[in-house]
Write a protein that binds this ligand. Structure first.
Ligand SMILES: O=C(O)COP(=O)(O)O
Ligand SMILES: [Mg+2]
Length: 225
């Protein structure tokens, strides 16, 4: 959970770690389209968009299990659903997804500082790398890590600590930019500063209820001092 208090001011950044879904790219349409196909293949009713929006952010396994349960699917269907999900996601990755306004400009500005940058998402790494390439964002990042790259996913601090190590920068000098409590919790526990965007998927909770050093409406509005 969150610490009772977090440092109110941020240390000067020496690296940036940026989340993908809900922060750089609006991928809700991809998730909805893939789940629609998977559930129909399994002879199950579909889940609505609002439910998917509340559920994304904790990785594919969590999304598939929660959606199966929501439509009354047997938990024994999970392995088949997982295989179908991989197959469908591979086929349509990025087709129903859009880069949020201000992201490209924001990344250009951060890149211009000459500091190392990583993308860290709970999405499987192969899909994350492909999506960044499809949307013309791959070139901004020195490293890209996904939910299957480490033993545990965000909100656990492990992926953040491993990413800081890969970038060669201390967590206390690293800023995590994300859209949900998963990013914030992981970053606080790792000792990173946190910037949260106001437009992503935060499980239906107002983002300003999540402790952070900074909140922005666009990625190109981050205050660097
Ligand atoms: O849960 C997912 O698949 C992705 O979530 P993230 O990119 O916001 O970490
Ligand atoms: Mg996110």
């Amino acid at each position: 959970m969150f610490p009772n208090s977090i440092p109110s001011h941020q240390t000067a950044p020496q690296a940036f770690i940026i989340d993908l879904d809900g922060t750089m790219v609006d991928t809700l349409g991809d998730f909805v389209a893939v789940l629609e196909r998977v559930l129909s293949e399994l002879g199950l009713p579909t889940v609505d968009r609002a439910f998917v929006e509340l559920t994304v952010g904790r990785g594919s396994e969590h999304l598939i299990r929660t959606c199966l349960a929501q439509v009354g699917g047997d938990a024994g269907l999970y392995e088949r659903a997982w295989a179908l999900y991989q197959q469908q996601y591979r086929a349509l990755n990025g087709q129903f997804a859009e880069v949020y306004p201000g992201v490209r400009e924001g990344l250009e500005r951060l890149r211009g500082l000459g500091l190392p940058m990583a993308c860290l998402t709970n999405k499987p790494a192969a899909f994350a790398r492909e999506l960044l390439a499809l949307k013309g964002l791959a070139g901004f990042f020195d490293k890209v890590f996904g939910g299957d790259d480490f033993e545990r996913k965000k909100p656990d601090p492990l992926p953040l600590l491993m990413t800081c190590e890969a970038l060669g920068v201390a967590p206390a000098r690293t800023w995590m930019i994300g859209d949900s409590s998963n990013d914030a919790q992981a970053a606080h526990a790792a000792g990173c500063s946190v910037v949260l965007v106001s437009y992503g998927y935060n499980h239906g909770e107002p983002i300003r209820n999540v402790p952070a050093q900074q909140y922005v409406d666009r990625l190109d509005q981050i205050s660097l001092n």
